[in-house]
Design a protein around this ligand. Structure first.
Ligand SMILES: Nc1ncnc2c1ncn2[C@@H]1O[C@H](COP(=O)(O)OP(=O)(O)OP(=O)(O)O)[C@@H](O)[C@H]1O
Ligand SMILES: [Mg+2]
Length: 349
């Protein structure tokens, strides 16, 4: 006889399991779906805020243990699912079904923004998220080379169809001009180029659009932040102390633009450049430190050959670092999205 097993008792048990990033329980967060009880077997789905959730395994384990503790339950079958929340910022002006837009920036050039953008995008896509990668470096586009694609499929109506590699949709000025051709832009042209990359490209529905910015604190970053409300920005910096000043300048520009800083990534950690610059910057700026990527030859070779290291050497330390970073970035986006939503609630009597 099954005495205690009911949807209510299951929800009560799961109501005690906390989502560690969001600091609320799975029931309050509306993450539990499709509860079914058949004899002594309980089946349900947990809908996370990102397929890249770094704590997926531990959430599943805790939920399973909570339900198994109900007297009479012998078997628990959990379907792990996800639904990435929209960050609540309106992209209505451009009419884009993009749930979150994440810029990758730095204070100075050559620190690995494009490398980080490409690997983050692919790592997120590998978890099952719908991902786009916009190369906003219209002066020196590197994404086509790094992702190993050199053409877009064409147009559909009056929209450009993005290229695709490793399940990531791509757009870059590199697809539209011949290699080696100099790119000279004046202010208004730059604005319209970026606008076209957003509005005139058939991105489709995306959970995450990763935007690789040009180096420094120039016009492109400003245009973007004004045109497309960003969910947040990731700051890439090198390990050595002298990079700190440049990186702080980059970071402060986004603070001024009121773009949430998702955190700092230290790239090229190792014997050559040392380590610690990322943590220092994060501490000084009071933003999260997201993680470090080691300096590895495979990362550079991956970029040169169009096979990001998360694809070409998925077991390398660098690839593992990028996978972990993807989880961290996605988790920060979930937190931003939920706090953003909570903020404007106004009670009217
Ligand atoms: N972790 C790493 N280990 C080894 N090489 C790396 C690493 N990260 C980036 N590189 C290499 O460093 C060079 C610069 O990287 P990348 O082009 O990504 O920097 P960037 O910040 O986008 O540069 P720019 O400011 O010119 O756009 C590339 O050759 C890349 O392959
Ligand atoms: Mg670059």
């Amino acid at each position: 006889m099954l005495k205690n097993i009911s949807s209510e008792s299951i929800l009560a048990a799961l109501g005690k399991v906390q989502e560690p990033e969001l600091h609320r329980d799975l029931v309050t967060l509306n993450m539990i779906r499709d509860i079914e009880i058949k004899d002594d077997t309980v089946t349900f789905a947990i809908v996370l805020t990102t397929p890249a959730c770094p704590l997926r395994g531990s959430i599943e384990k805790q939920a399973r243990e909570a339900v198994l503790a109900i007297p009479g339950v012998k078997t628990v079958s959990i379907k792990m699912d996800s639904n990435v929340p929209n960050d609540g910022r309106t992209r209505g002006l451009l009419n884009l079904p993009i749930r979150n837009a994440i810029a990758v920036a730095s204070g100075k050039g050559g620190v690995g923004k494009s490398t980080v953008s490409a690997n983050l995008a692919v790592a997120l896509a590998q978890t099952g998220a719908r991902v786009g990668l916009l190369d906003a470096d219209i002066y020196g586009p590197n994404i086509p080379t790094m992702m190993g694609v050199h053409d877009i499929p064409g147009t559909q109506g009056n929209k450009l169809i993005p290229a695709e590699a490793f399940c990531v949709k791509l757009m870059s000025m590199g697809f539209l001009v011949k290699p080696g051709q100099p790119l000279i832009w004046r202010g208004p042209m730059l604005n319209s180029a970026i606008r076209q990359f957003l509005a005139d490209v058939e991105w489709g529905e995306l959970d995450y659009l990763i935007i690789d910015l040009p180096p420094g604190t120039g016009d492109a970053s400003l245009s973007l932040a004004q045109m497309l409300p960003l969910s947040g920005v990731v700051i890439v910096t090198l390990p050595q102390a002298v990079s700190l000043e440049d990186a702080s300048r980059g970071l402060n520009m986004f603070v001024t633009l009121e773009v949430p800083i998702l955190g700092v990534i230290e790239n090229m950690r190792g014997e050559f450049f040392g380590s610690g610059g990322g943590e220092d910057l994060a501490r000084i700026a009071k933003v999260p430190f997201l993680g470090a990527v080691p300096m590895e030859q495979a990362v550079r070779v991956g970029g040169d050959t169009g096979q990001p290291v998360v694809v070409s050497r998925p077991d390398s330390a660098a690839a593992k670092a990028f996978q972990a970073l993807a989880g961290q970035v996605a988790a920060r986006i979930s937190v931003e999205a939920l706090t953003q939503k909570a903020a404007p609630t106004i009670e009217v009597e």
